[in-house]
Design a protein around this ligand. Structure first.
Ligand code: UDP
Length: 356
């Protein structure tokens, strides 16, 4: 089993939870993150939860080959998990060059340096958005791909690049994980999703409305061909996503070449169902208004998670209630994100803002 894992984007939402999971299962973990959309505070929290420190943490951009080389030279890296990327669908249409540069050029730089340094194990953070609206749900890994926005196209391009590189380098082992919609937080409330600016994703937006930081949610379209007309997604608890990565690392050596797996639950939830579940768990009704559809959105994305279950004998275990409960705990403790520290033991409890 690979011992030292380099995690790019390790301070981000999924990266930070994955670091906790890896440390908890005996791996040494090195983080590379440029913190454009993450807080260095998350790194302290990772160590606190895991009860042991990261083997290294570097503020560096994945496109910076020189910086990457220094990291690889300083640690005996056995495998890499590559999260570092821009990830907001809406923003990707407004800033496509930035998205292609960071996501695609960043992956190329990482691959080049991995090869130089003779590291040939990679778990790649892909996305269910590669399916677009071409397939019928539930989506298997063989469903057609037809991305509908630049973000999704960057992920599909990276998958294609990885296939080509695997054809060229027979020793390379790559697992691309197409996540559905990761939400929730670490159950301790110490780690969670802390987007910069206005949240682009549903769950953090809902959580910020519930905590009073935003007035109301805009529901992007209620005229989709779904039971209540709002978009249906397969929300997956971030701790299940983290666990999936840790399990994937243990399966990298199963065979060489490129393999693709969905990470989802197989259950679809509409925007209004999520809003209702969050209101129930938090005790705070979430006001909303119906707005127009968001460009690039599709009606329904739900995984068929059976391939991963068959290959790794692994499945998600956390339900929508746990996702809402844990997201709410993090939000309540950090009304303004990581910039607000959680209370010490004996400090304010539910209903009072630890930020005062
Ligand atoms: N959504 C919404 N209001 C928001 C953000 C998202 O109604 O402020 C909807 C969006 O149209 C989609 C679902 O919530 O149907 C999930 O969107 P999100 O951006 O979280 O994930 P995506 O599936 O687009 O990656």
């Amino acid at each position: 089993m690979p011992e030292t894992v380099l995690v790019t984007g390790g301070a981000g939402f999924i990266g930070s939870h994955t670091c906790v999971e890896l440390l908890g299962h005996g791996h040494d973990v090195v983080v590379v993150d440029n913190h454009v959309n993450s807080s260095p505070e998350a790194l302290d929290r990772i160590a606190k939860i895991a009860g042991r420190p990261l083997a290294g943490a570097y503020r560096a951009d994945v496109r910076d080959r020189k910086a990457l080389r220094e990291v690889f030279s300083s640690h005996p890296v056995d495998a890499v998990i590559h999260f570092a990327a821009h990830k907001a669908v809406g923003e990707s249409a407004a800033r496509p060059v930035e998205y292609y540069d960071t996501n695609v050029a960043g992956t190329c730089a990482l691959l080049a340096v991995m090869h130089e340094q003779r590291v040939h194990r990679l778990v790649f953070s892909s996305s269910c958005s590669v399916y677009g609206d071409a397939g019928t749900v539930p989506l298997t890994e063989r469903s057609p791909v037809a991305p509908t926005n630049p973000y999704a196209r960057t992920k599909l391009m990276c998958e294609r690049i990885l296939e080509d590189v695997c054809d060229h380098l027979p020793q390379l082992k790559v697992l691309a994980l197409r996540y559905f919609n990761p939400v929730g937080a670490h159950p301790s409330g110490l780690l969670g999703e802390d987007p910069r600016g206005v949240p682009g994703n549903l769950m953090p937006y809902v959580a910020q409305v519930a905590v009073g930081r935003r007035a109301q949610l805009s529901v992007f379209g209620d005229d989709y061909p779904t039971p209540d007309g709002t978009g249906v997604r397969d929300y997956i608890h971030v701790m299940d996503v983290a666990e999936g990565h840790r399990v994937a690392v243990g399966h990298l050596d199963d065979r060489t070449g490129m393999r693709v797996f969905n990470l989802g639950t197989g259950t679809g939830t509409s925007v209004l169902q999520l809003v209702a579940a969050f209101g129930e768990v938090s005790g705070r009704p979430v006001p909303y208004r119906v707005a127009g559809r968001r460009a690039g959105d599709v009606a329904e994305l739900v995984a068929d998670p059976s391939a991963v279950a068959a290959a790794w004998d692994w499945a998600t275990t956390r339900d929508l209630t746990a996702m809402c409960r844990d997201a709410w705990r993090f939000q309540e403790l950090h009304p303004d994100g990581y910039s607000c520290r959680p209370p010490r033991a004996g400090g304010p409890t539910t209903g009072e803002s630890p930020c005062g």
